[in-house]
Ligand binder design. Structure first.
Ligand code: PBG
Length: 332
Protein backbone atom coordinates (compact mmCIF):
# COMPACT_ATOMS: atom_id res chain seq x y z
CA UNK A 1 0.00 0.00 0.00
CA UNK A 2 1.16 3.48 -0.78
CA UNK A 3 1.12 6.14 1.91
CA UNK A 4 0.47 9.78 1.11
CA UNK A 5 3.36 12.16 1.65
CA UNK A 6 3.40 13.30 5.25
CA UNK A 7 3.13 17.07 5.25
CA UNK A 8 4.33 18.60 8.55
CA UNK A 9 3.81 22.08 7.13
CA UNK A 10 0.07 21.48 7.25
CA UNK A 11 0.24 21.78 11.02
CA UNK A 12 2.15 25.05 10.93
CA UNK A 13 -0.25 27.14 8.97
CA UNK A 14 -2.76 28.96 11.20
CA UNK A 15 -1.45 30.20 14.55
CA UNK A 16 -4.20 28.31 16.42
CA UNK A 17 -2.98 25.04 14.99
CA UNK A 18 0.65 25.93 15.68
CA UNK A 19 -0.15 26.55 19.30
CA UNK A 20 -2.19 23.34 19.54
CA UNK A 21 0.79 21.20 18.61
CA UNK A 22 3.41 23.28 20.40
CA UNK A 23 5.61 21.06 22.56
CA UNK A 24 7.15 23.61 24.89
CA UNK A 25 5.63 26.70 26.43
CA UNK A 26 7.09 29.09 28.94
CA UNK A 27 5.28 29.85 32.17
CA UNK A 28 6.00 32.30 34.93
CA UNK A 29 6.40 29.25 37.15
CA UNK A 30 9.58 28.33 35.30
CA UNK A 31 11.54 31.37 36.45
CA UNK A 32 13.79 32.25 39.36
CA UNK A 33 15.10 35.80 39.54
CA UNK A 34 18.69 36.35 40.79
CA UNK A 35 19.08 39.46 42.98
CA UNK A 36 22.04 41.28 44.52
CA UNK A 37 21.84 42.74 48.01
CA UNK A 38 24.32 45.21 49.46
CA UNK A 39 24.66 47.33 52.63
CA UNK A 40 23.08 50.75 52.97
CA UNK A 41 19.63 52.27 52.76
CA UNK A 42 17.58 53.35 49.79
CA UNK A 43 20.20 52.09 47.36
CA UNK A 44 19.32 50.86 43.88
CA UNK A 45 22.46 50.92 41.80
CA UNK A 46 22.21 49.71 38.24
CA UNK A 47 24.75 47.09 37.15
CA UNK A 48 26.31 48.66 34.08
CA UNK A 49 26.95 45.43 32.20
CA UNK A 50 23.56 43.93 33.12
CA UNK A 51 21.06 46.71 32.35
CA UNK A 52 17.78 46.30 34.22
CA UNK A 53 19.52 44.61 37.18
CA UNK A 54 20.59 46.35 40.36
CA UNK A 55 22.57 46.07 43.54
CA UNK A 56 19.95 46.86 46.18
CA UNK A 57 20.03 47.67 49.86
CA UNK A 58 17.89 45.48 52.12
CA UNK A 59 14.88 47.85 52.16
CA UNK A 60 14.80 48.21 48.37
CA UNK A 61 15.31 44.46 47.97
CA UNK A 62 12.25 43.66 50.09
CA UNK A 63 10.06 45.96 47.99
CA UNK A 64 11.42 44.47 44.78
CA UNK A 65 10.68 40.94 45.94
CA UNK A 66 7.14 41.94 46.88
CA UNK A 67 6.66 43.13 43.32
CA UNK A 68 8.12 39.89 41.90
CA UNK A 69 5.76 37.91 44.11
CA UNK A 70 2.88 39.96 42.72
CA UNK A 71 3.95 39.01 39.19
CA UNK A 72 3.71 35.33 40.16
CA UNK A 73 7.45 34.59 40.10
CA UNK A 74 7.95 31.55 42.36
CA UNK A 75 11.41 32.34 43.72
CA UNK A 76 14.45 34.56 43.97
CA UNK A 77 18.13 33.63 44.27
CA UNK A 78 20.04 35.93 46.62
CA UNK A 79 23.66 37.03 46.25
CA UNK A 80 25.32 39.27 48.81
CA UNK A 81 27.92 41.99 48.55
CA UNK A 82 29.31 42.42 52.06
CA UNK A 83 30.73 45.55 53.66
CA UNK A 84 34.06 43.85 54.26
CA UNK A 85 35.91 40.86 52.87
CA UNK A 86 38.53 38.71 54.62
CA UNK A 87 40.41 35.42 54.02
CA UNK A 88 37.86 33.41 56.03
CA UNK A 89 34.79 34.88 54.33
CA UNK A 90 33.34 35.81 57.74
CA UNK A 91 30.60 37.89 56.13
CA UNK A 92 29.15 34.76 54.50
CA UNK A 93 28.06 33.17 57.78
CA UNK A 94 27.72 36.22 60.05
CA UNK A 95 24.46 36.17 61.99
CA UNK A 96 23.79 39.67 60.73
CA UNK A 97 25.42 39.21 57.32
CA UNK A 98 23.99 40.98 54.32
CA UNK A 99 22.16 37.95 52.90
CA UNK A 100 20.81 37.00 56.34
CA UNK A 101 19.41 40.55 56.71
CA UNK A 102 17.97 40.36 53.22
CA UNK A 103 16.17 37.07 53.92
CA UNK A 104 14.57 38.44 57.09
CA UNK A 105 13.44 41.63 55.37
CA UNK A 106 11.90 39.70 52.47
CA UNK A 107 10.06 37.34 54.79
CA UNK A 108 8.39 40.32 56.47
CA UNK A 109 6.77 41.57 53.28
CA UNK A 110 6.58 38.59 50.92
CA UNK A 111 5.61 35.38 52.65
CA UNK A 112 5.02 33.03 49.76
CA UNK A 113 7.86 33.59 47.35
CA UNK A 114 10.71 31.09 47.77
CA UNK A 115 13.93 32.60 49.01
CA UNK A 116 16.86 30.62 47.66
CA UNK A 117 20.36 31.57 48.72
CA UNK A 118 23.57 31.12 46.79
CA UNK A 119 25.96 29.41 49.19
CA UNK A 120 29.46 30.42 48.15
CA UNK A 121 32.40 32.28 49.60
CA UNK A 122 33.78 34.18 46.60
CA UNK A 123 31.84 37.36 47.33
CA UNK A 124 33.17 37.32 50.91
CA UNK A 125 36.84 36.38 50.55
CA UNK A 126 39.39 39.15 50.03
CA UNK A 127 41.09 37.09 47.29
CA UNK A 128 37.81 36.36 45.48
CA UNK A 129 38.14 32.56 45.39
CA UNK A 130 35.34 30.25 46.50
CA UNK A 131 37.24 28.77 49.48
CA UNK A 132 40.24 28.69 51.74
CA UNK A 133 43.54 29.22 49.96
CA UNK A 134 46.55 27.09 50.77
CA UNK A 135 49.97 26.77 49.16
CA UNK A 136 51.60 23.47 48.32
CA UNK A 137 55.25 22.44 48.63
CA UNK A 138 56.10 24.20 45.39
CA UNK A 139 54.47 27.42 46.52
CA UNK A 140 51.56 26.88 44.14
CA UNK A 141 48.20 28.16 45.44
CA UNK A 142 45.12 25.98 45.62
CA UNK A 143 41.70 26.07 47.23
CA UNK A 144 41.68 23.71 50.19
CA UNK A 145 38.60 21.58 49.63
CA UNK A 146 38.01 20.13 53.07
CA UNK A 147 38.53 23.19 55.25
CA UNK A 148 36.28 25.09 52.83
CA UNK A 149 33.48 22.61 53.51
CA UNK A 150 33.27 23.77 57.13
CA UNK A 151 32.73 27.36 56.07
CA UNK A 152 30.14 26.37 53.48
CA UNK A 153 28.24 24.37 56.09
CA UNK A 154 28.27 27.36 58.45
CA UNK A 155 27.01 29.59 55.65
CA UNK A 156 24.19 27.26 54.62
CA UNK A 157 23.08 26.82 58.24
CA UNK A 158 23.05 30.52 58.88
CA UNK A 159 20.98 31.16 55.73
CA UNK A 160 18.49 28.46 56.70
CA UNK A 161 18.25 29.80 60.24
CA UNK A 162 17.57 33.28 58.90
CA UNK A 163 14.63 31.78 56.98
CA UNK A 164 15.93 30.71 53.57
CA UNK A 165 13.57 28.19 51.96
CA UNK A 166 16.25 26.51 49.83
CA UNK A 167 20.04 26.64 49.89
CA UNK A 168 22.08 26.44 46.71
CA UNK A 169 25.79 25.67 47.02
CA UNK A 170 27.62 27.02 43.96
CA UNK A 171 31.27 26.58 44.90
CA UNK A 172 31.94 23.16 43.28
CA UNK A 173 33.95 21.78 46.24
CA UNK A 174 33.77 17.98 46.46
CA UNK A 175 31.45 16.66 49.15
CA UNK A 176 29.70 19.92 49.97
CA UNK A 177 26.18 18.70 49.29
CA UNK A 178 26.60 15.77 51.71
CA UNK A 179 28.19 17.97 54.36
CA UNK A 180 25.43 20.58 54.13
CA UNK A 181 22.66 17.95 54.08
CA UNK A 182 24.06 16.27 57.19
CA UNK A 183 24.40 19.56 59.06
CA UNK A 184 20.87 20.71 58.17
CA UNK A 185 19.39 17.38 59.25
CA UNK A 186 21.23 17.43 62.56
CA UNK A 187 19.68 20.74 63.60
CA UNK A 188 16.17 19.85 62.56
CA UNK A 189 16.25 21.66 59.23
CA UNK A 190 15.35 18.52 57.25
CA UNK A 191 12.72 20.44 55.35
CA UNK A 192 15.24 22.76 53.68
CA UNK A 193 16.00 21.37 50.20
CA UNK A 194 19.30 21.73 48.38
CA UNK A 195 19.67 22.91 44.80
CA UNK A 196 23.18 21.95 43.88
CA UNK A 197 25.11 23.73 41.18
CA UNK A 198 26.17 20.24 40.13
CA UNK A 199 27.57 20.80 36.65
CA UNK A 200 29.08 24.24 36.83
CA UNK A 201 31.58 25.03 34.11
CA UNK A 202 34.58 27.35 34.34
CA UNK A 203 32.96 29.78 31.95
CA UNK A 204 33.83 33.22 30.59
CA UNK A 205 30.08 33.91 30.55
CA UNK A 206 30.24 34.81 34.29
CA UNK A 207 32.14 38.03 33.52
CA UNK A 208 29.35 40.57 34.13
CA UNK A 209 28.23 38.74 37.29
CA UNK A 210 31.67 39.15 38.80
CA UNK A 211 31.34 42.89 38.30
CA UNK A 212 27.83 42.77 39.79
CA UNK A 213 28.87 40.72 42.82
CA UNK A 214 32.28 42.39 43.08
CA UNK A 215 33.85 38.94 43.19
CA UNK A 216 36.50 38.49 40.48
CA UNK A 217 39.42 36.36 41.72
CA UNK A 218 42.47 38.52 42.49
CA UNK A 219 44.81 35.86 41.08
CA UNK A 220 44.47 32.72 39.00
CA UNK A 221 41.08 31.47 37.85
CA UNK A 222 38.45 28.96 38.92
CA UNK A 223 39.50 26.14 36.61
CA UNK A 224 40.79 23.96 39.43
CA UNK A 225 37.33 23.59 40.93
CA UNK A 226 34.85 24.37 38.15
CA UNK A 227 34.36 22.01 35.20
CA UNK A 228 36.28 22.03 31.95
CA UNK A 229 33.94 23.19 29.15
CA UNK A 230 34.84 20.40 26.69
CA UNK A 231 33.67 17.69 29.10
CA UNK A 232 30.16 16.25 28.98
CA UNK A 233 30.30 12.79 30.55
CA UNK A 234 32.07 14.26 33.56
CA UNK A 235 28.93 16.31 34.20
CA UNK A 236 27.00 13.07 34.65
CA UNK A 237 29.49 11.92 37.28
CA UNK A 238 29.25 15.25 39.10
CA UNK A 239 25.45 15.12 39.05
CA UNK A 240 25.37 11.48 40.20
CA UNK A 241 27.55 12.32 43.19
CA UNK A 242 25.43 15.30 44.20
CA UNK A 243 22.25 13.22 43.97
CA UNK A 244 23.86 10.51 46.10
CA UNK A 245 24.85 13.14 48.65
CA UNK A 246 21.27 14.39 48.89
CA UNK A 247 20.70 17.12 46.31
CA UNK A 248 16.99 17.66 45.62
CA UNK A 249 17.42 19.65 42.42
CA UNK A 250 20.51 19.65 40.20
CA UNK A 251 21.70 22.60 38.19
CA UNK A 252 23.58 23.01 34.95
CA UNK A 253 25.38 26.33 34.46
CA UNK A 254 25.71 28.23 32.13
CA UNK A 255 22.63 27.27 30.12
CA UNK A 256 22.79 28.27 26.46
CA UNK A 257 26.29 26.95 25.61
CA UNK A 258 25.48 23.76 27.58
CA UNK A 259 22.03 22.75 26.29
CA UNK A 260 23.45 19.32 25.47
CA UNK A 261 24.40 18.88 29.12
CA UNK A 262 20.92 19.90 30.31
CA UNK A 263 19.41 17.28 28.04
CA UNK A 264 21.88 14.58 29.06
CA UNK A 265 21.27 15.23 32.75
CA UNK A 266 17.50 15.23 32.33
CA UNK A 267 17.56 12.00 30.33
CA UNK A 268 20.01 10.22 32.61
CA UNK A 269 18.51 11.01 36.00
CA UNK A 270 14.96 12.25 35.54
CA UNK A 271 15.53 14.56 38.50
CA UNK A 272 14.34 18.15 38.71
CA UNK A 273 16.85 20.09 36.64
CA UNK A 274 17.59 23.78 36.97
CA UNK A 275 19.55 25.74 34.39
CA UNK A 276 21.26 29.07 35.01
CA UNK A 277 20.96 31.47 32.09
CA UNK A 278 23.98 33.42 33.33
CA UNK A 279 25.03 37.05 33.23
CA UNK A 280 27.01 36.91 29.98
CA UNK A 281 24.14 35.21 28.16
CA UNK A 282 21.94 38.13 29.22
CA UNK A 283 24.45 40.93 28.66
CA UNK A 284 25.35 39.99 25.12
CA UNK A 285 21.72 40.09 24.05
CA UNK A 286 21.15 43.38 25.89
CA UNK A 287 24.19 44.94 24.25
CA UNK A 288 23.23 43.78 20.77
CA UNK A 289 19.66 44.99 21.32
CA UNK A 290 20.94 48.41 22.36
CA UNK A 291 22.82 48.65 19.09
CA UNK A 292 19.63 47.75 17.29
CA UNK A 293 21.12 44.49 16.03
CA UNK A 294 18.73 42.08 17.76
CA UNK A 295 15.17 42.18 19.06
CA UNK A 296 15.65 41.65 22.80
CA UNK A 297 12.22 40.26 23.58
CA UNK A 298 12.16 37.79 20.70
CA UNK A 299 15.69 36.62 21.45
CA UNK A 300 15.00 36.26 25.17
CA UNK A 301 11.91 34.18 24.53
CA UNK A 302 13.72 32.00 22.02
CA UNK A 303 16.65 31.49 24.40
CA UNK A 304 14.45 30.68 27.40
CA UNK A 305 12.30 28.34 25.32
CA UNK A 306 15.39 26.49 24.11
CA UNK A 307 16.54 25.98 27.71
CA UNK A 308 13.17 24.57 28.68
CA UNK A 309 13.00 22.42 25.54
CA UNK A 310 16.39 20.94 26.42
CA UNK A 311 14.89 19.66 29.68
CA UNK A 312 15.18 22.37 32.33
CA UNK A 313 12.32 22.44 34.83
CA UNK A 314 13.56 25.66 36.40
CA UNK A 315 15.34 28.56 34.70
CA UNK A 316 17.35 31.09 36.65
CA UNK A 317 17.34 34.18 34.51
CA UNK A 318 17.88 37.93 34.72
CA UNK A 319 14.90 38.19 32.35
CA UNK A 320 12.53 36.67 34.94
CA UNK A 321 10.77 39.93 35.77
CA UNK A 322 10.51 41.13 32.17
CA UNK A 323 9.42 37.69 30.96
CA UNK A 324 6.73 37.53 33.66
CA UNK A 325 5.38 40.82 32.29
CA UNK A 326 5.54 39.60 28.70
CA UNK A 327 3.57 36.52 29.71
CA UNK A 328 0.97 38.68 31.48
CA UNK A 329 0.58 40.86 28.41
CA UNK A 330 0.15 37.75 26.28
CA UNK A 331 3.33 38.48 24.35
CA UNK A 332 4.71 34.97 24.79
C1 PBG B 1 29.56 31.89 42.61
C2 PBG B 1 28.63 32.18 41.48
C3 PBG B 1 28.96 32.73 40.23
C4 PBG B 1 27.75 32.84 39.54
C5 PBG B 1 26.73 32.38 40.37
N1 PBG B 1 27.31 31.96 41.55
C6 PBG B 1 30.25 33.23 39.70
C7 PBG B 1 31.41 32.37 39.54
O1 PBG B 1 31.40 31.17 39.72
O2 PBG B 1 32.45 32.96 39.22
C8 PBG B 1 27.61 33.37 38.15
C9 PBG B 1 26.25 33.77 37.72
C10 PBG B 1 26.18 34.58 36.50
O3 PBG B 1 27.17 34.78 35.75
O4 PBG B 1 25.09 35.08 36.22
N2 PBG B 1 29.15 32.52 43.79
Amino acid sequence: MEFPIYRPRRLRKPEKLRSLVRETSLEVNDFIMPLFVRPGKGIKKEIVSMKGNYQMSVDVLAEEVKELEGLGIPGVMLFGIPEEKDPKASGAYAEDGIVQQGIRAIKEVAKDILVITDVCLCEYTDHGHCGHIKHDRKGQWDVDNDSTLELLVKTALSHARAGADIVAPSDMMDGRVGAIRKALDEVDLQDVPIISYAAKYASAFYGPFREAAESPPKFGDRRTYQMDPPNAREALREVALDIQEGADIVMVKPALPYLDIIKMVKDAFDYPVAAYNVSGEYSMVKAAAELGWLDEKKIAIEVLTSIKRAGADIILTYWAKQAARWLKEGLI
